[in-house]
Design a protein around this ligand. Structure first.
Ligand code: CCH
Length: 281
């Protein structure tokens, strides 16, 4: 009996710190974009989660349905295969973690590694099968729309105006890619550093409509930085603007509010055993 038992494999120890370390190791690469995969990992975590609809309790990070058609082919998700492919060897190595947990953890780890706040994160998401269904297209925001659209999209997830502005501060990171969204350029001069620079740029820079044949975007006087129409809305709308001014002035309050909102975003629709309490590893 003793011998027989010794052949039963032990269940893997779920060491999330090892996964965190592997994600951190994969972040920096000199010849990719601005030198880091961090921004695109944050975008993957956001797009996996931002499909949530509170009324029907559908969509969200649980399920990792972006592995499948049609969701992986949604226009909004163009380019996110870069992030999913980067994480694939980590998923192979730590095969006990679900894609849904891995993608959201990668977003949290990336924010932290780029100098941002600690993002409360806990495991507990499961992966759906291919035939279990993707959320419908059109649940993520379109950059060329106005304030009503932003509110429709984020209120549907259960966020308020303050949280919309806080979450938008993630555009301190990364850039637009002509071949992914049609837009070009980064929002800030330090796109691999998490900071309140998105808000200081919105507040302090002079933004004018770019004259080109591409989709509508705004540029600073040097033409190197950009804002989407939905970014400009945050200083044009009288209810959004006070939060832009607050976060531009006070980075600590931005970090605190961003961490809370981003953590909640990653958990939308996830059926944790004990709401509010970390699930056991
Ligand atoms: Fe975003 N985002 N985002 N975004 N986004 C893009 C890139 C990033 C919108 C549109 C775009 C959030 C909110 C919005 C990131 C995080 C967040 C791009 C360029 C578009 C377009 C894609 C490309 O070409 O590669 C719109 C509209 C909204 C409305 O609210 C929120 C919320 C978050 C996270 C909390 C990050 C990070 C990037 C950079 C990705 C990269 O690859 O550099």
């Amino acid at each position: 009996l003793f011998q027989k038992e010794s052949h039963i494999p032990l269940p893997p120890k779920k060491d999330y710190d090892k996964v965190r370390a592997a994600i951190e190791d994969a972040l920096d690469k000199d010849d990719y974009d601005d030198g880091s995969y961090g921004p695109v990992l944050v975008r993957l975590a956001w797009h996996a989660s931002g499909s949530y609809d509170k009324a029907s309790n559908t969509g969200g990070s649980n399920g990792a349905t972006m592995r499948f058609d049609p969701e992986r082919k949604f226009g909004a998700n163009a380019g996110l295969e870069v992030a999913r492919d980067l994480l694939e060897p980590i998923k192979k190595k730590f095969d006990w973690i679900t894609y849904a947990d891995l993608w959201t953890l990668a977003g949290a780890v990336a924010i932290e590694a780029m100098g941002g706040p600690t993002i409360p994160w806990r495991p507990g998401r499961s992966d759906k099968l291919e035939n279990e269904g993707c959320p419908p297209d059109g649940r993520l925001p379109d950059g060329d729309k106005g304030a009503p659209h932003l509110r429709d999209i984020f209120y549907r997830m259960g966020f308020n105006d303050q949280e919309i502005v806080a979450l938008s501060g993630a555009h301190a990171l990364g850039r637009c890619h002509a071949d992914r969204s049609g837009w070009i350029n980064p929002w800030t001069n330090a796109p691999t550093t998490f900071s309140n620079a998105y808000f200081t740029e919105l507040r302090d820079n002079k933004w004018t409509k770019k004259k080109w044949s591409g989709p509508p975007q705004y540029e600073d006087p040097t033409g190197t930085l950009m804002m989407l129409p939905t970014d400009m809305v945050l200083i044009w709308d009288k209810k959004f603007k006070p939060y832009v001014m607050k976060y531009a002035q006070d980075e600590e309050s931005f970090f605190k509010d961003f961490a809370a909102a981003f953590s909640r975003l990653l958990e939308l629709g996830v059926p944790f055993d004990e709401p509010g309490k970390p699930a056991p590893a």
